[in-house]
Write a protein that binds this ligand. Structure first.
Ligand code: GAL
Length: 477
């Protein structure tokens, strides 16, 4: 039983689908730079063309309609709208492109959920230090205000930043995402801090200036695995699982939903390591200034990206020096009973989503929740008859249903990742998450529905036409 107005969606992100990397005055982003460097992406592939949604948007819209989605989550490219990242110069062609996308969606009765930042910082701002520079927050706020002004009459669901944890860690600690920094144990915390400041400023601008008229809702998309102790009886493993949750979800959710500051478990773990390793630089996990918009309360709903689960035991990264892994001090392992799909990190654990949703309800004061990403990958020769992915979606949506019905979690929507196969970051086009297959070897970039796309469409139409609980009761009365 899903609520009548439940959002049934699918998502994409600008750099992963649009192509047109230099079209009509778009500025370069850090992913343009990064993917053009040798050895960064599988097969040295890049998103120069990707699904060419910049030119083929109408084809995407056909896919959206074929699925019967009520919502579509897309991201806008900062550098397409503001080529040097600032409002000094506006690319009107970019504004027109997104305006048309939004108008077309609404004309088809599909509500857009728009992400302002999905990993693609304008290169010009990276040249000023990117997310590690404090000034980035004001740049982001100006960009967000520009978007609220341009599209907020029609867009009612906003995500400021997608997966700040991934962006901070993979881009600044591990160096496997743009901008490719490997400043272990420092830069990721700083980048994450500035993302929280940027998010809070943008939310506050929306709240005070745009919300009264536009009446929308704004949040940030927080990614997390579900973590549980490897040995449930072990106190050490239980603490390690708690630390892992704190360093992924808590890092961003705790300041926004609970205290306005980082989780205590995280701060004490980082401080303890700094002391142990005789680190003498500025505090690695910064503190928030009283003179800036408060972080607490800056989300109108909880946006969760969930993909997988991990078992955790204590003791990770020991002897590796200053790095996030040694701060976390947790080793993550896969339960051998969990099937792995496509990529090695993606164990298929639908029930982990239900557990995480319950955890969110209990920990963050029962917020409205949207599952803004969840999906199943495929590698090797394309299989249009993707039976396993069909099962995955059925099982996962059932778990979301149980979270609503049995655990009382206020889940408002579910967005499959992704509408179609696309540029999967460092994995290029070798990993496919789509509900539609895209033939990248054909200049037309033909979109073909996977069996899982047909299955998802069936699920959506069944629930859209089913009477909701309240209505059934009313009939009986
Ligand atoms: C997320 C990301 C998406 C997509 C997905 C699958 O971390 O937001 O852009 O790539 O992972 O790996």
């Amino acid at each position: 039983m899903f609520p009548r107005d439940f959002a049934w969606g699918a998502g994409t992100a600008a750099y992963q689908i649009e192509g047109g990397w230099q079209a009509d005055g778009k500025g370069p982003s850090i992913w343009d730079t990064f993917s053009h460097e040798k050895g960064r992406v599988f097969g040295d592939q890049n998103g120069d063309v990707a699904c060419n949604s910049y030119e083929l948007w109408e084809k995407d819209l056909e896919c959206i309609q074929q699925l019967g989605l009520t919502h579509y989550r897309l991201s806008v490219s900062w550098a397409r709208l503001l080529p040097d990242g600032t409002t000094r110069h506006v690319n009107q062609k970019g504004v027109q492109y997104y305006s048309k996308v939004i108008d077309d969606l609404l004309a088809c009765n599909v509500s857009p959920m728009v992400t302002l930042y999905h990993f693609d910082l304008p290169q010009a701002l990276q040249n000023e230090g990117g997310w590690t520079s404090p000034g980035i927050a004001a740049h982001f706020d100006n960009y967000a205000k520009f978007c609220f002004q341009a599209f907020g009459d029609r867009v009612k669901l906003w995500i400021t930043i997608n997966e700040p944890q991934v962006c901070a860690k993979l881009g600044h600690e591990d160096g496997i995402h743009a901008p490719g920094l490997k400043e272990k144990g420092t830069a990721a915390y700083l980048a994450g801090h500035n993302m929280l400041r940027a998010h809070a400023m943008a939310w506050s601008s929306y709240d005070s200036v745009y919300r009264p008229k536009q009446k929308g809702a704004v949040s940030l998309a927080i990614n997390s695995d579900w973590f549980e102790p490897l040995h449930p009886g072990s106190g050490e493993d239980m603490k390690a699982a708690e630390r892992d949750l704190a360093f992924t979800m808590g890092w961003f959710a705790w300041p926004v939903f609970v205290t306005g500051d980082y989780p205590e478990i995280m701060r004490s773990a980082v401080d303890a390591q700094s002391e142990k390793l005789k680190y003498s630089g500025p505090p690695r996990l910064p503190t928030f200034s009283e003179d800036e918009p408060a972080i607490l309360g800056t989300a109108d709903f909880f946006a969760l990206n969930y993909y997988t689960s991990r078992k955790v035991e204590s003791g990770g990264g020991r002897g590796e020096g200053l790095c996030m892994k040694s701060d976390r001090d947790a080793e993550e392992v896969l339960d051998p009973s969990w099937p792995v799909c496509g990529v090695s990190w993606l164990a298929v654990v639908p029930h982990g989503l239900r557990k995480l949703l319950k955890y969110i309800k209990d920990t963050f004061n029962n917020p409205a929740v949207y599952v803004t990403e969840n999906g199943f990958s495929q590698v090797g020769p394309p299989q249009i008859e993707d039976v396993q992915r069909c099962e995955f979606y059925k099982d996962t949506i059932l778990e979301v249903g149980k979270a609503i019905e049995e655990d009382g979690v206020d889940v408002r929507g579910y967005f499959a990742w992704s509408l179609m196969d696309n540029f999967e970051w460092a994995d290029g086009f070798s990993v496919r998450f789509g509900l539609f297959h895209v033939d990248f070897s054909d200049a037309k970039l033909t979109r073909t529905v996977y069996r899982s796309g047909r299955e998802y469409a069936k699920i959506i139409s069944r629930y859209k036409s089913a009477p909701c609980k309240g209505e059934q009761l009313a009939i009986r009365d």
